[in-house]
Design a protein around this ligand. Structure first.
Ligand code: NAD
Length: 441
């Protein structure tokens, strides 16, 4: 099938590449010329496991091309995906200006029947508005459908190629059939394609992300209570997760969720609830707990140094909002580093893939290291902020030698507190207080 994907970001590039991998002809469009030039030169602007190989092989097979020419892309496609960003506005709602701009362009350039697929996460009712907007620009027939995306950054290719489910919100059987045919190769394991009305599909995305965010915040609230009462949140998690009704995912205590989706999507759903006079207590609570979680971690550091961080140096491992991505949007590291800088601390940092993004954010306010060990050299403490695999089993003897003081603040509960305390570390994690408990025994 002939497809264009408009918006070649974290979602659009993965969607376009994976659709071309299944034999479709895909045109990826972006209005960021530099990004398109890079892609044409074989440079992948984001890190996503497995993506680079797939882009290169599909480009070499002439199934995947990159352009800034949206007219050419629309004219030569049956299916037009909208995959541009929908960032949060000040009032919490989603900024749809890029979505509307693309819809207008599509309307202007339609030359025969098109299925217009909304992949961006958009408020309920947006597909209807897009239909009106495009109708005002063209006399050609088209359908707008909602096809929310559930991929996880860090496993995006795998998730897109083998989705748990595909949601199609459509009021047109013609468009639904085209989409069913397109996605059939992705569902060979028997996972479902669920068709529904457009509004329900739009809501499914917000409800899913908000529920996952809620699980994270629930785990963090329980962990904070554990820490105060002397229980071990990690053992509590294991005990809870053995119950199939609860499940094992998204219940790890830590610094809370970040990224470009959960924080903004929960805000957008709160705004929708407010606008429709609905209650949103649970959504608000999830958001509040998440914000507080970062501050609690900062407080641990401040308390340890009795409110005086002047000239203290912190070696930071991990900057991206989660492992296996270069993305730093809404990363806890940003809040934590900014707070520490405000208190006159010095920062040395290392991340396997997010250093370029970090430089754009922090500029020369912090020091960038070549590797993990360099980042902690002569630091007063190590702060683990993102649980990349390479930080999971460090040489702790070396860590101890490099640090000025053997102190670790572990924002992701990665290390064995007993072992670290035996090795002579002072160890702070989330959801238990090993220093207090272990030294008593
Ligand atoms: P992104 O910012 O990485 O990518 C958006 C791209 O669209 C950018 O490259 C930008 O240059 C381009 N763009 C903006 N306006 C354009 C225009 N008028 N014409 C052409 N290109 C334009 O965003 P993303 O993370 O890929 O997210 C895209 C959408 O998918 C959002 O609505 C997001 O909520 C949703 N989503 C994201 C994820 C995720 O994990 N990132 C997962 C599921 C859904």
């Amino acid at each position: 099938m002939k497809i264009c994907v408009i918006g070649t970001g974290y979602v659009g590039l993965v969607v376009g590449t994976c659709l071309s991998e299944m034999g479709n002809n895909v045109i990826c469009v972006d209005n960021n010329l530099q990004k398109i030039e890079q892609l044409k030169d074989g440079i992948i602007p984001i890190y996503e496991p497995g993506l680079e190989e797939l882009v290169k092989s599909n480009v070499s097979e002439n199934r995947l091309i990159f352009t800034t020419d949206i007219k050419y892309a629309v004219e030569n496609s049956l299916i037009c995906y909208i995959a541009v960003g929908t960032p949060q506005k000040e009032d919490g709602s989603a900024d749809l200006s890029s979505v509307y701009k693309v819809a207008e362009d599509i309307g202007r350039y339609i030359n025969n029947y098109k299925v217009i697929v909304d992949k961006s996460t958009v408020p309920i009712g947006t597909a209807e508005k897009l239909t009106e907007l495009i109708k005002s620009k063209t006399k050609y027939e088209f359908d707008v459908i909602s096809n929310p995306e559930f991929l996880k950054q860090g496993a995006a290719v795998e998730d897109f190629l083998k989705p748990d489910r595909i949601i199609i919100g459509s009021n047109s059987s013609k468009a639904t059939e085209i989409m069913q045919e397109l996605y059939a190769p992705f569902l060979r394991t028997g996972n479902p394609i669920i068709t529904m009305d457009v509004k329900s599909a739009e809501m499914t995305k917000y409800a899913s992300n908000s529920f996952l965010a809620l699980k994270v915040s629930f785990a963090n609230e329980i962990a904070n209570i554990c820490e105060q009462i002397g229980a071990d949140a990690e053992m509590v998690r294991k005990g809870m997760c053995a119950d199939k009704r609860i499940g094992a995912q998204f219940l790890f205590a830590g610094l809370g969720y970040g990224g470009s989706c959960f924080p903004k999507d929960i805000q957008a759903l709160i705004k929708t609830a407010k606008d429709n006079n609905c209650n949103y207590d649970i959504l608000q609570a999830a958001d509040n707990v998440n914000r507080n979680q970062r501050q609690l971690f900062i407080n641990k550091i401040i308390n340890k140094y009795e409110n005086n961080l002047k000239d203290k140096t912190f070696g930071i491992w991990g900057l991206s909002f989660k492992p296996k991505t270069s993305d730093m949007r809404e990363a806890p590291s940003i809040t934590i580093i900014n707070e520490l800088l405000k208190l006159d601390a010095k920062i040395q940092c290392y991340d396997p893939k997010a250093m370029d993004n970090a430089k754009k954010i922090f500029k020369n306010r912090i020091q960038y290291s070549q590797n993990a060990y360099e980042a902690i050299k002569d630091a007063d403490a190590l702060l683990l902020l993102t649980e990349w695999n390479e930080f999971r089993r460090p040489d702790f003897e070396k860590v101890k030698l490099l640090l000025k003081q053997p102190i670790i603040f572990d924002g992701r509960n990665q290390y064995n507190s007993k072992k670290l305390i035996e090795l002579g570390f002072e160890y702070y994690s989330i959801g238990k207080n090993p220093n207090k408990k272990e030294t008593k025994n």
